[in-house]
Design a protein around this ligand. Structure first.
Ligand SMILES: [Zn+2]
Length: 209
């Protein structure tokens, strides 16, 4: 008998497989089975199974289990899950709810196939290793490097801004000097013209008493 187990939870797949196989064996089921395990929304495990029919020698082949996601430090789900597996495998065999007595009705009852070596463990994926001192220092150095780079960029932008202002002011100064020189030249020209006239009138006896 092959059990195709699709486990979408962190509950151990080998643990689940071991329990399911033991339950199927206790009912003497032989055909291949397809089991899907997902998380339950409620605080207890639930299940579903395609019913079989022993009179027609037909086994149910599909079963679904839902187990709460509790993680480490959670109450032991082993017995609760074993109870649900027992219930669903009974369905696979062909037992309906009306025929269910004893173990199937009593949530506290422990199936006889559940032995002490069967556990249901929660498997956490390995956490990334803590950073070494060298990695921490490297990150700090990188941070310093970035900060220095940022300050350098800021300094460069201030330098460029003021260099531009120097060039701009120089141009303004050149223009002002050129204008002033032109103005001065114009006044000098007019002064010379009027000086000539003044001399002319002086020669004619102007200002003479
Ligand atoms: Zn049922």
């Amino acid at each position: 008998m092959k059990i195709t187990l699709i486990n979408k939870t962190k509950w151990s797949t080998p643990d689940l497989r071991k329990m399911i196989r033991a339950a199927l064996k206790s009912y003497d089921l032989k055909h291949d089975k397809h089991v899907t395990v997902t998380y339950a929304r409620q605080r207890s495990a639930t299940g579903r199974a395609l019913p079989g029919n022993p009179r027609l020698h037909r086994e149910g082949y599909r079963m679904r289990l839902a187990i709460p996601s509790l993680g480490n430090g959670a109450p032991d789900m082993r017995q609760d899950v074993a109870h649900v597996i027992e219930h669903e495998v009974a369905h696979l065999y062909g037992i309906g709810h009306r025929d269910m007595v004893g173990i199937h009705r009593n949530r506290q009852a422990v199936p006889d196939w559940l032995t002490d070596d069967m556990q249901l463990t929660w498997i956490e994926p390995p956490k990334p290793l803590p950073r070494t001192k060298e990695q921490v220092l490297q990150k700090a150095r990188l941070g310093t490097q970035i900060a220095v780079q940022q300050r350098a960029d800021k300094a460069r932008s201030f330098m460029e801004k003021h260099e531009y202002e120097v060039v701009k002011t120089q141009r303004e100064l050149d223009r002002y000097i050129a204008d002033a020189k032109a103005k001065m030249a114009s006044h000098e020209k007019l002064a010379a013209k009027w000086r000539k006239k003044v001399r002319y009138y002086e020669k004619r006896g102007a200002y003479e008493p």
